[in-house]
Design a protein around this ligand. Structure first.
Ligand SMILES: Cc1cc2nc3c(=O)[nH]c(=O)nc-3n(C[C@H](O)[C@H](O)[C@H](O)COP(=O)(O)OP(=O)(O)OC[C@H]3O[C@@H](n4cnc5c(N)ncnc54)[C@H](O)[C@@H]3O)c2cc1C
Length: 290
């Protein structure tokens, strides 16, 4: 990718095939351009900007939420669209994460694909929610289409081939699943999260039979917490067990240092965030940030 302080040239395409063909032709000098809310601050972060942005906004295939059975969310679906649309309880964490992220002006244009594609962005809100919901990432490149689980995709994100396009994510929404999201900021809404927690549990007669937990903004990349997941299974989703799971997660992770918060603080707040996320998953909590 070529470094330049000038705005990128924007090339508009109408289909996924056109986008991947153009990205393949231009090589590392080009990159997908979605809502541009991350890209526009690249210069401030001292990051290079691709010379050409391949704008995805006219590609109808990349928009919308739907599907019978698995739910598909197009890569150009905005945070606002996710936040505004009622979600089944199984997928509530994604709706809550979208609603709590950023500001209305940003949420109106920021997209799922951009949240996943923003490298070096530990604070991304949709990523931990999608991890806890076991999302599969749909991809397109000049060589064809593919699908992979989000954890594997994140592990290799830094070395993904240039020209690869995220077309969307796919999520299962089992009837027995409940999910919730909680995040902490210093002053209130509109800021990046110091730490965030997404959890998805399967319940049978009030007992957690399976759990997936993801932490955002704590380590450099959002990650699952096997320790917390183990701690949640086998009992009710109550405040005490949620806090204990949060403590187990805190003890096991390696938090990042930052100007917004030291590493120890990111882990110290996890038990409280687990309690809030669990309350939201159980339907007892508020969906607004607190
Ligand atoms: C004031 C402000 C506040 C913010 N607050 C938050 C917040 O609280 N929480 C949060 O999560 N984010 C926040 N953000 C960051 C940003 O809005 C999100 O990360 C957003 O999801 C990025 O989406 P985008 O469509 O704007 O991506 P873009 O900026 O267009 O792209 C981001 C990266 O992803 C790549 N990309 C985009 N789409 C695709 C695709 N389909 N396939 C492959 N690569 C792709 C681009 O090439 C680029 O590298 C904030 C931004 C601003 C400006």
């Amino acid at each position: 990718m070529t470094s330049t302080q000038a705005p990128p040239e924007v090339r508009r395409v109408a289909t996924v095939d056109e986008a991947v063909a153009l990205l393949a032709e231009l090589g590392p000098d080009a990159a997908p351009l979605a809502g541009a809310t991350w890209v526009m601050r690249a210069g401030l972060r001292g990051e290079p900007v691709a010379r050409t942005g391949v704008a995805l906004d006219r590609i109808a295939e990349l928009r919308g939420i739907g599907g019978d059975g698995p739910v598909t969310v197009g890569a150009m679906t905005t945070h606002a669209a996710l936040a505004d649309r009622p979600a089944p309880p199984a997928l509530a964490a994604l709706r809550q994460a979208a609603a709590m992220s950023a500001f209305p002006q940003v949420r109106n244009v920021a997209t799922v694909g951009g949240n996943l594609g923003a490298r070096g962005f530990a604070e991304a809100d949709l990523v931990p929610a999608l991890l806890a919901l076991d999302a599969r990432v749909r991809l397109a490149a000049a060589g064809g289409r593919a699908e992979t689980d989000l954890a594997s995709w994140l592990a290799g994100r830094a070395t993904r081939p240039a020209g690869e396009l995220i077309t969307g994510v796919e999520l299962d929404a089992p009837a027995a699943q409940r999910s919730g999201y909680a995040r902490l900021t210093v002053r209130g809404g509109g800021e990046y999260a110091i730490a965030s927690v997404a959890l998805a549990v399967e319940l049978s007669d009030g007992v957690v039979t399976a759990a997936r937990v993801a932490l955002g903004s704590v380590e450099p990349v959002a990650c699952r917490s096997p320790e917390a997941e183990e701690g949640l299974v086998g009992g009710p989703l109550d405040a005490g067990r949620a806090r204990a799971a949060g403590a187990a997660a805190a003890a096991a992770c390696r938090p990042r240092e930052g100007l917004d918060a030291p590493g120890w603080y990111r882990t110290a707040v996890l038990p409280a965030l687990f309690e809030r996320a669990a309350a939201r998953a159980a339907g007892a909590g508020r969906t607004e940030e607190s």
